[in-house]
Ligand binder design. Structure first.
Ligand SMILES: [Zn+2]
Length: 464
């Protein structure tokens, strides 16, 4: 925005205003069918999404992939989806490796003895219950760790700080997530005995942010944890004093094998020969909070929208709802769906997995031949305060492999300004969900489904 203003210096105010109007007007406004508008607007009073979010987080709570808790979540999901009246409710199971958290603590032994707050990262190696003790070597960035001679790291506990900025679209997460995703492998290759990172988060509460990482083939797993932002900055100040810093780190964990699965349900379309529209989110969560914004709200938003379409009649196309399993620990559910359904055509894919903040932008990638449909979607969403985005991209974690394979998709971008205050922390709980923002999401998803799966005709078997 600032660049644009600078570029336009010298133009008169009138010209600027005219230009702004031209830019703001939809390139080719499409008339939105009254049915779509009515479904969209009535969804602003939705209660289904809250009901699902509240029920799943209360009656199941945390549901780490591959564990007994995630199995209970699948049973809950099947019962809920059947009770809501969806068809073809089923579970597609798969096996997977399972990592579970044990006792964890960190403390500075010298020069200033004190406790720090830490959480193990998913796939961290386990320490003994007594923990390990070592000298800390600190790096400001992942690049600094990469550049360090092995001798500076060998036998030590590596600490990587960094500064992920707060952004609306979450764009900092990819780049600044590096210390978590690659840091442990790099530290291990250089001979470190363990690694702690500054949490990939934006809040200053003493809640560490966990998350998955993996060691490259042939690299010895080492214990890996995340410190809260206040603790990471404390450690930085201690290191700046220039004296050797000794830390005791206890990160106990267990590994084994288990089962996960994708829960699938459908709203059958009037023409079963047409490819379905797939909407979903992920059912599993991390093991600290109750997975309210990550991702109970996601499955709730997609499912509530499908329910509203189903209750209004029969869509032309089948709507397939997928509550993916085992997303957090490595996209196992998305990969399993790709394996079992990747060769079937899909009319469009969309996933909600970025909290429950207001949707502010719609991206889509429906292809050149469906540009009018994509623009109609933009027009249908504009009254909800949603700006038109790209016509050549869509996003989603579990559906990522399918999108990468060239399938059409829609990305409804949520406001993630506060998402990384809660993401993967014990603070991801129901009270953080704003019911009004949740309803705006449902309205957008309902309008999207009305455009993509519609038109919707009265269902003779469902008197209203
Ligand atoms: Zn998620």
């Amino acid at each position: 925005m600032r660049d644009g203003v600078g570029y336009a210096t010298g133009m008169t105010h009138t010209v600027l205003t005219a230009l702004a109007l031209v830019l703001a007007a939809p390139a080719a406004a499409q008339t939105v069918p009254a049915q779509v508008e009515q479904l969209r607007d009535s969804a602003l009073h939705d209660e289904h999404a809250w009901d699902i979010t509240e029920g799943l987080t209360t009656e199941v709570g945390q549901r780490l992939a591959g564990t007994e808790a995630e199995a209970r979540a699948r049973a809950w999901a099947v019962a809920k989806l059947k009770a809501m009246g969806f068809a073809n409710v089923r579970v597609e199971s798969f096996d997977m490796p399972v990592w579970t958290r044990g006792a964890e603590s960190a403390e500075i032994v010298a020069p200033f003895p004190q406790k720090l707050v830490v959480a193990a990262l998913g796939n961290s190696a386990s320490t003994s219950p007594e923990g390990i003790t070592g000298q800390v070597v600190g790096f400001e960035t992942l690049a600094d760790l990469v550049a360090a001679p092995d001798a500076a790291v060998r036998g030590k506990i590596v600490f990587v700080s960094h500064a992920m900025p707060r952004t609306q679209d979450g764009s900092g997460y990819g780049y600044f997530g590096g210390p978590r995703r690659q840091g442990p492998g790099i530290a291990s290759k250089k001979g470190a005995i363990a690694i702690v990172i500054r949490s990939i988060g934006t809040d200053y509460h003493r809640n560490p942010h966990t998350g998955v990482m993996s060691f490259p083939e042939g690299v010895e797993p080492i214990p890996a944890g995340a410190l809260t932002l206040p603790d990471a900055e404390q450690l930085q100040r201690i290191l700046k004093r220039g004296r050797p810093v000794t830390m005791r780190l206890t990160l106990v964990s267990q590994t084994g094998h288990g089962q996960s699965g994708n829960v699938i349900a459908e709203v059958p379309g009037r023409d079963p020969s047409l490819p379905p529209v797939l909407v979903g989110g992920h059912l599993d969560s991390w093991d600290q909070g109750t997975g309210a914004i990550d991702d109970a709200t996601g499955v709730a938003i997609a499912t509530a929208a499908a329910k509203r379409i189903m209750d209004s009649g029969r869509p032309l196309r089948t709507i397939r709802i997928v509550w993916f399993g085992a997303e957090e620990v490595g996209l196992f559910g998305g990969e399993d769906y790709l394996k079992k359904h990747g060769s079937e055509p899909h009319y469009a894919l969309a996933e909600s997995d970025f909290g429950a903040g207001r949707i502010w932008r719609v991206n889509s990638n429906l292809g050149k031949a469906r540009e009018a449909e994509a623009k109609m979607l933009q027009s249908a969403l504009a009254p909800l305060g949603i700006v038109p985005g790209a016509l050549d991209k869509a996003e989603g974690s579990d559906i990522g492999p399918l999108l990468d394979a060239g399938m059409p998709g829609v990305g409804l971008s949520q406001d993630g300004t506060h998402y990384f205050d809660l993401h993967h922390t014990p603070d991801d709980t129901l009270d953080k969900v704003d019911p009004e923002e949740l309803r705006q999401n449902v309205a957008a998803w309902t309008a999207m489904l009305a455009v993509l799966a519609g038109p919707i005709e009265p269902d003779p078997k469902r008197p209203r």
